[in-house]
Write a protein that binds this ligand. Structure first.
Ligand code: SIN
Ligand code: CO
Length: 389
């Protein structure tokens, strides 16, 4: 079940008020007796798959220092690597390994819409991706072996980057604080804190990453969507205009009206909320959540539930809801569904879990509105039916 308190001894209020987005925090034994949810070989196996985003960073042993190679890799590639100074990184491992997805549940003291993925790195001795800064909040959980983390919280100069590498490595990095992390230890870093983690012996590190939309992304996506879907062009209008005091004067009233357009004042809050809900749930891999070619009818879904099939959430499908008085809206993988208030409890249950326990479903099995909602989610490819073995 979802944890609403951060791992370790700290209270949620303490973490959120004093650390989140503000300062680094080392949590020793955040996960006591931590067992890595996959092996280094399994991680390498994922990096050989075409749909999975992976990278190799070779500080030494490549054509130039800090050489970056993008996956997918052939299994052969891993046999050619030297004994030290390289790192393999695999993105979105939570979408592929259920044990990793489960770990994400431990971070639900931050809302789901802020969560991105769990990236896992495996490093040979001395492996590192170099000193750098990220724009995201990250919890760096040591899964196996040891890694020395060095950090610096001072602002980074715009010219402090090594030129000609695909990686944004800092030219100069001074250690302000450092720790050796053992399995189960975790370091939280807010955006903008420079960090450098060097493996001492081979090691595996999990990065639980949180995304924050940039203004560029929000405004850019909005503009793209608006341009694509706008049926008829609306134009600035100025009936009843007064004679200008001077023809070259761009007057305050005209400016105010133009600014109002840029501030999207022609859209209601409800319209913007709807757009935001869809944007924030869009699947990171668009083709990973596809509607069923042959949609199921409500009867088939009822039949499925009676068959004791297993219902699971598509790992790429993000579910969030908004609640505005009478209006309850479920956003699922870029779609929006209006939901009757009577379905508030099952709606939250659908959002809380990613494996749906059928004994819980059975209490709503006779509820036509619930079956309709579930049918829609199945037909959108958001909820998947796993046939029993
Ligand atoms: C790593 O796991 O080696 C890098 C993670 C990070 O610095 O964000
Ligand atoms: Co980083």
């Amino acid at each position: 079940m979802a944890a609403r308190t951060p791992p370790g001894q700290l209270s949620t209020a303490d973490f959120l008020q004093n650390y989140w987005q503000q300062r680094p925090l080392l949590i020793r034994q955040a996960f006591p007796n931590f067992v890595p949810p996959l092996s280094a070989d399994e991680l390498a196996g994922l990096a050989c798959e075409t749909d999975i985003e992976s990278r190799l960073v070779l500080e030494k042993g490549g054509p130039t220092p800090w050489h970056l190679e993008n996956g997918p890799f052939s299994p052969q590639r891993f046999t050619e690597l030297s004994k030290s100074h390289w790192t393999l990184l695999v993105q979105d491992v939570d979408k592929y390994i259920p044990g990793v997805a489960e770990l994400m549940q431990q971070f639900r003291f931050i809302p789901d819409w802020r969560m991105d993925d769990i990236m896992i790195s495996y490093a040979a001795d001395q492996g590192s991706v170099g000193p750098h800064v990220d724009n995201y909040d990250v919890f760096l959980l040591q899964a196996s072996g040891t890694r020395r983390w060095r950090i610096n919280t001072q602002p980074i100069g715009a010219d402090n980057f090594i030129p000609d590498t695909a990686l944004h490595i800092l030219k100069q990095f001074e250690t302000e604080q450092e720790w050796l992390l053992e399995p189960g230890d975790m370091l939280y870093l807010p955006p903008g804190v420079a960090h450098h983690g060097i493996a001492e012996g081979e090691c595996m590190t999990l990065s639980v990453g949180f995304r924050a939309p940039s203004y560029t992304q929000l405004l850019g996506s909005f503009a793209d969507d608006y341009v694509e879907h706008q049926q008829s062009q609306q134009f600035y209008t100025d009936p009843g205009r007064a004679l200008p005091d001077h023809p070259a004067h761009l007057d305050g009233e005209s400016l105010r009206e133009l600014r109002d357009i840029l501030r999207l004042r022609f859209l209601s809050d409800a319209q913007l909320n709807e757009w935001l809900g869809r944007l924030l749930t869009e699947a990171k891999q668009a083709d990973a959540v596809l509607p069923l070619e042959t949609p199921l009818g409500r009867e088939s879904v009822e039949h499925t539930l009676a068959q004791q099939s297993v219902l699971v959430r598509n790992p790429w499908a993000r579910l969030i809801y908004t609640d505005h008085g009478q209006q309850l809206t479920l956003f699922a993988a870029g779609h929006s569904l209006t939901v009757a208030r009577e379905l508030f409890e099952p709606l939250r249950w659908l959002c809380d879990f990613d494996i749906y326990d059928l004994s819980t479903v059975s209490q709503w099995r006779k509820d036509a509105a619930f079956i309709d909602l579930l049918t829609k989610l199945i037909n959108l490819g958001v909820v998947l039916i796993d046939e029993p073995d």
